[in-house]
Design a protein around this ligand. Structure first.
Ligand code: AMP
Ligand code: MN
Ligand code: MN
Ligand code: MN
Length: 279
């Protein structure tokens, strides 16, 4: 049997990815991915087309989402994997998050105006189209208009936490987001756990809340994880008896460090989340 290549975290133009869903799936196929989940921020809009393309390419497709959540005033990203994308409660939840995103975008644009940067709201709405408006769209706008020299600089100078255009946001409560995922028949997975920069004691508090809400998994391998991050994520996952997941968090071919399917293998001493994908 040929080995399977899993990638359970990536983005299309339905949120802040550069590729439309069909092109994303074709790229995954070219890279040898056998099992792919599309996990756009707070939307399932890309799933139908991705699923059709995956079927044509004989890729096993797992419908997914990356939900923006708030717990103890901190922002977390929770993946819902193997969800039913037509579930009414989940869709209503994403519509609420879309409103939050629009209101936040207006506030970010107003803060940029104060920095003498105008036209941001119109520009990000145009580039997001019918998709979710994210800070990535603002970063692209700042780069295109030469206010910064890189996307990273856009976050470092304007959009990142405590920078002049940062808008603190109440996303879906953690418990609410997990309810939506579970109602849609999916499994909830903590995305990029090492990116929240939590102390060990906050991480344990967060993971016990996550478990109490019915959370089952943790991303152990992402494209950017180094061996020390993998080791620490694994220890937390095992302590809380979570299943392990792997996902590139691919957004754009322009980022040479992150590629679909180009991931370290999941360590063998943790149960893979895909054991739970029975249907
Ligand atoms: P949002 O959910 O709208 O706040 O946007 C978050 C998205 O911005 C993430 O999913 C990343 O794609 C992107 N992002 C966040 N921080 C950075 C950063 N430091 N550099 C580049 N992209 C970032
Ligand atoms: Mn993103
Ligand atoms: Mn994320
Ligand atoms: Mn992501």
């Amino acid at each position: 049997m040929t080995p399977r290549i899993y990638d359970l975290h990536c983005h299309s133009t339905a949120s802040d990815g550069a590729l439309p869903p069909a092109e994303l799936v074709l790229r995954a196929k070219k890279n040898g991915v056998t099992d792919l989940a599309l996990t756009d921020h707070d939307t399932v809009a890309g799933i139908n087309i991705a699923q059709e393309t995956a079927a044509q390419q004989a890729i096993n497709f797992i419908p997914g989402i990356e939900l923006s959540c708030t717990w103890n005033k901190k922002t977390f990203h929770i993946l819902g994997l193997n969800i039913n994308p037509t579930n009414a409660e989940l869709i209503a939840g994403t519509q609420g998050l879309q409103q939050i995103r629009l209101q936040r975008a207006q506030k970010i644009a107003a803060k940029l105006e104060k920095q003498k940067i105008s036209g941001a709201l119109e520009a990000v709405q145009l580039s997001a189209g019918t998709g979710m408006v994210t800070r990535t769209h603002f970063a692209d706008f700042l780069l295109k208009n030469k206010h910064v020299d890189s996307l990273q600089e856009a976050f470092n100078r304007y959009l990142g936490q405590s920078k002049p255009a940062f808008v603190s946001t109440e996303w879906a409560p953690l418990e609410q987001a997990l309810t939506w995922i579970n109602q849609a028949g999916g499994v909830a997975v903590v995305a990029h756990p090492m990116r929240y920069k939590l102390t060990a004691s906050w991480m344990r508090r967060f993971l016990s809340a996550f478990k109490d809400c019915g959370g089952l998994g943790m991303e152990i391998i992402t494209a950017r994880s180094n061996p020390d991050e993998i080791r620490r994520a694994l220890l937390f996952a095992k302590q809380f008896e979570l299943y392990g997941s792997v996902g590139s968090d691919f957004h754009s071919p322009q980022n040479q460090w992150v590629e679909l399917g180009r991931l370290a293998p999941l360590p063998i001493n943790i149960r893979p989340i895909w054991q739970l994908f029975t249907n």
